[in-house]
Design a binder for this molecule. Structure first.
Ligand SMILES: CC(C)(COP(=O)(O)OP(=O)(O)OC[C@H]1O[C@@H](n2cnc3c(N)ncnc32)[C@H](O)[C@@H]1OP(=O)(O)O)[C@@H](O)C(=O)NCCC(=O)NCCS
Length: 189
């Protein structure tokens, strides 16, 4: 298993993974746009050369908050620590860009994702009415990120390290940030 930055050649695989979301899927055009504009960081996890998970993080000028816009692992590869590895890398990359917080939105009925994010130090900070395409509300979850000097906020728990993550490469450095306009919808399992 290895993590790397996504490239245009990964478009088919990224679009396929989106099928895990019941609605509000990122389109091929959206992925292409995000891959090209450099204000998003898309990271994929490969297992034997097959992309089995990805995360999309958006950055915006003028804020030290990064946004985890999408995180998904193929159903056949869940509970292997892949999402944890992707999120840890995304957080480390955000810290390298000077971000102090990661935030995301999740459907209140997405128990797997909420359990996962809590396990990784995220706390629900607010409920956003009518956030999703189908009118469903969202929970906003946030985590204070450790600084580059390694000092972490009292609000965040250090992520547990899975032994199986040990062979995953370190976080890639990113490109300059900017503002996404759209909202991301998350999946129920
Ligand atoms: C949520 C999701 C990304 C988790 O991916 P994953 O690779 O299976 O997660 P990990 O193996 O890294 O899980 C790490 C920990 O999170 C928690 N966790 C993960 N899935 C969970 C579930 N279904 N129920 C409860 N806790 C869960 C557990 O504590 C787990 O540790 P453990 O396996 O040692 O018990 C995956 O279920 C998914 O892709 N879901 C569909 C897309 C989605 O909803 N994305 C989030 C949108 S906001």
């Amino acid at each position: 298993m290895r993590l790397r930055q996504a490239r245009l050649a990964d478009l088919d695989a990224l679009v396929r993974l989106e099928q895990s979301f019941p609605s509000d899927r990122l389109s091929r055009a959206s992925f292409r746009h995000l891959l090209r504009r450099g204000r998003a960081q898309i990271r994929v996890c490969e297992d034997d050369g097959v992309i089995v998970g990805n995360t999309v993080v958006l950055y915006r000028r003028g804020t030290d908050t990064a946004r985890c816009y999408s995180l998904v692992v193929h159903p056949d590869h869940r509970r292997r620590g892949i999402a944890r590895a992707l999120l840890q890398h995304a957080e480390a990359a955000a810290v390298m860009r000077g971000c102090r917080e990661m935030r995301l939105e999740v459907r209140p009925d997405n128990r797997a994702a909420i359990g996962f994010y809590r396990e990784n130090g995220y706390e629900t900070t607010e409920k956003i009415a009518g956030f999703y395409e189908d009118g469903a509300d969202a929970f906003r979850m946030c985590k204070r990120l450790a600084s580059v000097t390694g000092k972490s906020s009292a609000r965040s728990r250090p992520p547990r390290k899975h032994a199986r993550d040990a062979h995953v490469a370190g976080p890639a450095t990113g490109t300059p940030a900017a503002a996404p306009g759209s909202r991301r919808k998350s999946a129920a399992e």
